[in-house]
Design a protein around this ligand. Structure first.
Ligand code: UDX
Length: 417
């Protein structure tokens, strides 16, 4: 099939994986610089497998990039709208880009082209704009893998010919394909993210309780996760969720509910617990250190495996510490460039985990990069002024750091802190 993809952000670029299924893809963006970059083979985001995919797609002739929408739509079977839906001040999704893209596509497309919205949009948008809903559930750092091997594919349409074409497009994907109304499909995306966020806030609250009662959240999470009705995923207590999706989508879902006079109190609590989790961690640090102290920070990305710092707990915590009079020295294996755009004091950035700890009063672990576990902790202890670690991700919890001379504080490890 011939597929047009409008928008070359995260979701749009992940759609290039259709070339692996033998489809022809034309990606369109209004940003000429971005298209020029992609044509030169430069990839604006860091995503495993994406650069090979784009190189292969271009050399096989199946993938091309353009700013010319009319050209891109010629002979297209399906057109995916993958433009951004950033939050407005009230938390609702800003649909300006989706509406503009839909308007242009409708004016230029051929009558047989099916228009599909992949962007996360409020319930009712697809029906109103006359598009099929087909949400994505891609994780950053695993987007291509998730795209090619999804747990399920959700298609929201009441139109028989659109249903037929999309089922044909996804025929070679080995997973359940669920066809439902556009409203159900749109809500599915929010419900999935809302539920996962709920799981995270729940385990974080259990962790906080563990700290009060002297229980260990790692044991509790493992034990409840073995219940097949609960499952082991998304039970890592820590600093709460960040990134470009969960914070935005939970607030948008709450706003959607409110706009229909539905008071979604559970979700409100999930959102507020997530905010509290960061503040709680900072309080732990404040209790044991003093303004003027020098703190090392390992990790700035919102999670491991990405250079993305959007809504990152680490960035918020670094800002709070700096505002409270602490000196910080930060290191992240991938997210330094992105962080430099938000944390303007260049002096805080150092080029290795070991450099960060030299002479500091405490070390804070804020992103769960596995390589932080491989650092020589005897050397870390010798370098630090005070051998004290606050681990916001419980990344080092099993390394017996207390036995190696550290004061070690995790999240919910029953240390009554
Ligand atoms: C998420 C969804 O997983 C994906 O389906 C959706 O399409 C987009 O949003 P992503 O933002 O890439 O993907 O991150 P994810 O891996 O889901 O993690 C989200 C946040 O939750 C991260 O900040 C992570 O550190 C945190 N998290 C995750 C926890 O704190 N505990 C957990 O157990 C799991």
């Amino acid at each position: 099939m011939k597929i047009t993809v409008v928008g070359t952000g995260y979701v749009g670029l992940a759609c290039t994986a259709f070339v692996r299924k033998g489809h022809e893809i034309v990606c369109v963006d209004i940003d000429a610089n971005k298209i020029a970059m992609l044509e030169r083979g430069e990839i604006p985001i860091l995503e495993p497998g994406l650069s090979d995919l784009i190189a292969d797609g271009r050399s096989s002739g199946l993938l091309s990039f353009t700013t010319n929408l009319a050209e891109a739509l010629k002979g297209a079977d399906v057109c995916f709208i993958c433009v951004g839906t950033p939050p407005l001040p009230d938390g609702s999704a800003d649909l300006r880009f989706v509406e503009t893209a839909m308007g242009s596509v409708k004016a230029l497309k051929e009558s047989t082209t099916i228009v599909v919205i992949k962007s996360t949009v409020p319930v009712g948008t697809c029906a109103r704009l006359g598009a099929v809903s087909n949400p994505e559930f891609l994780r950053e750092g695993r987007a291509i893998e998730d795209f090619l091997h999804p747990d399920r594919i959700v298609i929201g349409t009441d139109d028989e010919s659109a249903k037929k074409k999309l089922l044909e497009l996804y025929a070679s994907f080995d997973c359940p394909k669920l066809v439902m109304s556009p409203a159900s499909s749109e809500l599915t995306k929010y419900a999935a993210n809302g539920f996962l966020a709920t799981k995270i806030s729940f385990i974080n609250e259990i962790a906080n309780l563990c700290d009060c009662v002297g229980a260990n959240v790692l044991d509790v999470a493992q034990a409840i996760g073995l219940d097949s009705r609960i499952g082991p995923h998304f039970l890592h207590a820590g600093l709460g969720y960040g990134g470009s999706c969960f914070p935005k989508d939970t607030v948008a879902l709450h706003q959607i509910a409110g706009s229909h006079d539905h008071d979604f109190r559970l979700l409100e609590a999930v959102i507020s617990a997530n905010k509290q989790q960061r503040a709680r961690f900072v309080q732990k640090v404040f209790k044991r250190t003093s303004p003027g102290d020098v703190l090392a920070v390992w990790g700035l990305a919102f999670k491991a495996g990405t250079d993305d710092v959007r809504e990152s707990a680490a960035i918020e915590i670094v800002h709070r510490l700096m505002q409270s009079g602490y000196k910080v020295r930060v290191f992240d294996p991938m997210a330094m460039e992105g962080a430099k755009k938000i944390v303007h004091d260049r002096d805080v950035f150092v080029s290795s985990a070991l450099m960060a700890v030299n002479g500091v009063d405490a070390l804070l672990v804020l992103t769960e990069w596995p390589e932080f576990r491989d650092v020589d902790f005897d050397e870390v202890r010798r370098s630090m002024k005070q051998p004290r670690i606050f681990d916001g991700r419980n990344l080092l919890a099993d390394l017996a750091l207390e036995k190696r001379g550290f004061e070690y504080v995790g999240v919910g490890l029953g240390q009554r802190v």
